[in-house]
Design a protein around this ligand. Structure first.
Ligand code: SF4
Length: 303
């Protein structure tokens, strides 16, 4: 039996669902029950009342959020080593240091943080709702981590003072995009629409026709009348964009924009993790309940 068939059979036997992030390998996206961004997937998991096991094909912080929001389900991360380097950049010690410097300033954390960090923040946000969350706060100055590019973008959009913590947190994959390379592609595809993720640099955002999260890019591409898109985010999203828009053309703004951590989840690892119920993600109390409050506050603000 082929590996994908074995996975689907196991999935039925064990009442499992497979959730795949937009940056997963094409073959992983193709066997998933849902493909989306981290919060869309965690919400899907909450709706799937019958499921007993969630295989979360993504990186550590996303599986942690799914475990926090679905405490009655077993959450498996197929590759135990799939860690987001940006999430690792914000430690609890760093947060405490900034909290001492700005004791009255609210702390908003991007969901791309570990649960131990989320437990110390007032509210979480995603790249799709960061502007809405910050606008909803009754504060003109906000501590924000860990991505300094997203912090800068939110500052531009809200007019508030956003203090990035740490000062230079970044996503190594999104930092690879360069405006010069996009300009060169524009010469080949003059009618192309340029879509840029807010984790990219300010120079990249400046040349964008549209700045948005992965889910917002999918919505934008569907609605747009354009036929060609130059896309500046991790290459996995192009598989979904092409599947959902077969008549449109999507060109990656830089061919090397691959997150090696996301790609650690292979079909083989999904199979083994589900068969052996291995790499269970658990967030201990009281960290889980504190982090859950920060995530729920975000849901309250954004509905
Ligand atoms: S693409 Fe960037 S933010 Fe996303 S998991 Fe990879 S390193 Fe982390």
């Amino acid at each position: 039996m082929a590996l994908d068939e074995k996975i689907l059979q196991l999935k039925r036997e064990k009442k499992a669902i497979i959730l795949a992030h937009n940056y997963q390998r094409p073959e992983v996206q193709d066997i998933a029950d849902y493909v989306g961004d981290s919060i869309e997937l965690s919400r899907k998991a909450m709706e799937e009342k019958e499921a007993e096991i969630i295989v979360f094909a993504a990186v550590d912080f996303m599986a942690e959020s799914a475990a926090i929001l679905n405490p009655e389900k077993k959450v498996l991360l197929p590759s135990a080593g799939a860690r987001c380097p940006m999430a690792q950049m914000l430690t609890v010690d760093e947060i405490k240091r900034w909290r001492v410097l700005y004791p009255l300033v609210p702390l908003v954390l991007y969901v791309n943080t570990l649960a131990s960090a989320k437990a110390y923040c007032d509210v979480c946000c995603t790249s799709a709702n960061a502007v809405e969350v910050i606008n909803a706060l009754d504060a003109e100055t906000v501590l924000f981590g860990p991505d300094h590019n997203l912090a800068e973008y939110v500052q531009e959009k809200t007019g508030k003072t956003i203090i990035p913590i740490p000062e230079r947190g970044f996503c190594p994959t999104h930092l690879l995009f360069q405006p010069e390379e996009v300009q060169a592609l524009k010469a080949d595809y003059p009618d192309a629409v340029v879509m840029v993720h807010p984790e990219c640099t300010a120079e990249m955002r400046k040349i964008a026709d549209f700045v948005g999260s992965t889910s917002q890019m999918c919505q934008y591409a569907k609605k747009s009348n354009a036929e060609i898109f130059i896309v500046a985010t991790e290459e996995g999203l192009l598989h979904r964009l092409r599947r959902e828009n077969p008549s449109k053309r999507f060109v990656l703004a830089y061919e090397g924009a691959v997150c090696p951590n996301m790609k650690l989840n292979t079909l083989e690892r999904i199979y083994l993790s589900l068969r052996n119920e291995r790499h269970v993600v658990k967030v201990p109390e009281p960290i889980a309940s504190k982090a859950r409050k920060a995530l729920e506050k975000m849901f309250e603000i954004t509905h």
